[in-house]
Design a protein around this ligand. Structure first.
Ligand SMILES: Nc1ncnc2c1ncn2[C@@H]1O[C@H](COP(=O)(O)OP(=O)(O)OP(=O)(O)O)[C@@H](O)[C@H]1O
Ligand SMILES: [Mg+2]
Length: 262
């Protein structure tokens, strides 16, 4: 397994100017990202999952500790791309021009970048919708555009922050299946934040269980050997689900107790 990013002893403390308080969001995180893996970050609300993605994306910096990508780049903005829960598309650009945005920034010539964009649009099953604008698409379709746009940047790692959380159950299920297929076709490293235990078990190869704030890595569960397509009713998956549920309940309980003490 090839390591492509090492997170070492990473701590993040926010200073909230308005209140003069310090928020200890992440505490001494050690984590390796392997090339082409599907890594899930799972933990109670407020444990620092989004914060960790932000630092991987280079949009924010650790208070101490470090993140080192094996591929050298002057900054990690080029090495990662993020797909957020809100679709974050350019509303004034059509589907194809949204997807072609990355190549355009890299100064790829027009014919070539449209060809590239077309390829990713096909990969996310949106062929035929190239000239639509985001507001003419359903939520699920918008999220597909966001994924195609991320892929068109050809990053090492794609970061997902609860990308399917705003969708209805049916659409979510369809997109989960598509995500796994796109992941196995593109061989990109996916780092995926979710609140859903089922989603973690359906998608992940490794599941990083985080403790309640300050977020720490409590345990890493390797489920790469569970065959795909997965279901949440097979014996092995059910066992993993139960273990995850137990962990989350304990962490939520801990954070609620702490809040009462404050
Ligand atoms: N810019 C900021 N300034 C101050 N505190 C912040 C800032 N960003 C995050 N925090 C705090 O850091 C902690 C971790 O936040 P983060 O958003 O990373 O959690 P999360 O695990 O993504 O939660 P959720 O599951 O609800 O999305 C929270 O207590 C949050 O209030
Ligand atoms: Mg978050």
């Amino acid at each position: 397994m090839e390591n492509i990013c090492a997170i070492r002893n990473l701590t993040k403390v926010f200073f909230v100017e308005r209140t003069g308080e310090y928020v200890h969001a992440l505490d001494r995180i050690d984590l390796d990202l392997n090339r082409s893996e599907f890594l899930i970050l799972l933990g109670p609300s407020g444990c620092g999952k989004s914060t960790l993605l932000f630092m991987l994306s280079g949009l924010d910096h650790p208070t101490s500790g470090e993140i080192t990508f094996t591929e050298k780049s002057h900054d990690n903005k080029r090495l990662t791309c993020t797909v957020f829960q809100e679709y974050a598309l350019f509303p004034w650009r059509t589907v194809i021009d949204n997807v072609a945005f990355g190549p355009e920034m890299r100064r790829v010539r027009k014919r070539a970048r449209y060809r590239e964009a077309e390829r990713y649009i096909e990969l996310v099953n949106l062929t035929g919708f190239e000239t639509r604008f985001p507001n003419e698409l359903s939520g699920g379709m918008r999220q597909r555009v966001a994924l195609a746009r991320a892929l068109a940047n050809d990053p090492e790692v794609i970061l997902f922050d609860e990308p399917l959380a705003a969708l209805d159950a049916q659409t979510r299920r369809v997109l989960q299946t598509e995500l796994v297929s796109i992941w196995s076709k593109t061989k990109k490293t996916f780092v995926y934040v979710t609140h859903s235990l089922e989603e973690a078990v359906l998608l992940g190869e490794r599941i990083v269980l985080m403790s309640s704030r300050p977020g720490r890595v409590k345990e890493i569960i390797d489920i790469a050997d569970i065959p795909r397509p997965r279901s949440t009713t097979n014996e092995r998956e059910v066992k993993v689900l139960a273990m995850l549920a137990e962990h989350i309940a304990a962490e939520v309980d801990k954070s609620m107790r702490r809040e009462r003490e404050l």
